[in-house]
Design a protein around this ligand. Structure first.
Ligand SMILES: [Zn+2]
Length: 360
């Protein structure tokens, strides 16, 4: 019975590997944390074609090219992401009594049988390239969680329009995602999403909203924090002062912002009106990028006589005293005063030191 044989034994039967090769593969399998077939490929004992050839010869099942195939989302969601990814099984379609799947390991009887048991349908197998199956699954699950994330980000961006908040923080835990906004030295928690997301999903959400951004990433043992700096007005033509972002940030492709030509100058965003916070301080004395270059910063030098400042000045919401209400969009802060123009530090302190002093 071929079904009882594993891929190693089949490869021996077909003269593709020796018994020694098999033993070496079995010994190293654990160390590589790969399945036997993959281990043998990595060791150079066989090629992927060898394995697929042996399998199709032996099992007489069709070979499916897993590329640009349309996916049945509700079918895929019937199985756990972990199980499908781990075993590289991609469900293709289902009929009343059958579910067709493609896998790179049709000999994985135990898992196939568990699929049959859980779905109460016969699993009909085809074989396909494991890497393509894995990539297709990953892409599928990455996109699956995105619509609700996009909605949260959209809502959030609307909330912080015209405020001092210019940074969105996503704290990715194991089971939840906490969202904070930041600006003017204030960190404000604005909710916890029950699902957690990956870096890629967050990037994809911003991309599908058409919002360019820079990011910063911090990790510890249990969680990961992304700080996203949306460049909302990046594509507008220069009418007002330009903004040169804080250094140390990264583009979504992981290149450093500071590596950009002229330290990000072509990627700056511009707006003629105050946007989404950004406490800006600029100086014409020390920087020559442009007459009106504005630097994003959260702290002002102690003594300056004439700096360009653009800021929505926060004060604690009079209506809810900071708890969050409809008036303040649940932020707990209001922004009745917008400052823009050349200011001295003394003047700024006078005009901003109400509830919340200018951040130091
Ligand atoms: Zn309020």
């Amino acid at each position: 019975m071929y079904k009882k044989k594993n891929i190693g034994e089949l490869l021996i039967d077909f003269g593709k590997i020796s018994k020694d090769d098999l033993e070496e593969g079995l010994a190293l399998q654990k160390e590589f944390n790969l399945r036997l077939g993959e281990t043998l490929i990595k060791l150079g004992k066989v090629t992927r074609d060898d394995i697929e050839w042996v399998l199709s010869k032996q099992l007489d099942i069709p070979f499916v090219i897993v590329e640009n195939i349309s996916l049945d989302a509700s079918l895929i969601h019937k199985f756990s992401e972990e199980l499908l990814l781990k075993n590289r099984i991609l469900p293709l379609y289902e009929t009343n009594d059958e579910i067709a799947v493609v896998t790179d390991d049709p000999l994985n009887r135990e898992v196939i049988e568990s699929l049959e048991a859980s779905s109460s349908k016969k699993i009909s197998l085809s074989s396909g390239n494991g890497e393509q199956i894995e990539e297709t699954l990953k892409q599928f699950f990455r996109r699956a969680g995105i619509p609700s994330l996009i909605q949260h980000i959209k809502d959030l961006l609307e909330k912080i329009e015209g405020t001092c908040f210019y940074r969105l923080d996503f704290l990715l835990g194991e089971h939840a995602c906490e969202m904070n906004v930041f600006g003017y030295g204030i960190v404000k928690n604005i909710g916890v999403l029950r699902d957690t997301y990956t870096k890629e999903q967050i990037f994809e959400a911003f991309e599908s909203l058409g919002i360019a951004f820079l990011f910063d990433l911090y990790t510890n043992e249990t969680s990961m924090m992304f700080s996203i700096y949306p460049l909302i007005h990046r594509l507008e033509t220069l009418k007002g002062p330009a903004v040169l972002g804080t250094f140390g940030l990264f583009h979504p492709d992981d290149t450093a912002f500071t590596d950009s030509q002229m330290q990000g100058l072509p990627l700056m965003f511009h707006s003629p009106v105050p946007v989404r916070g950004y406490p800006f301080i600029a100086t014409k004395k020390t920087f020559s990028y442009s007459e009106n270059t504005i630097f994003t910063t959260d702290s002002a030098p102690e003594d300056f006589s004439n700096y360009y400042v653009r800021i929505a000045v926060p004060r604690i919401c009079r209506n809810c005293n900071g708890a969050g209400c409809i008036t303040c969009n649940e932020l707990g802060y209001e922004f009745p005063e917008k400052l823009e123009g050349m200011h001295s530090s003394d003047e700024l302190k006078q005009r901003t030191e109400k509830d919340i002093p200018w951040p130091k």
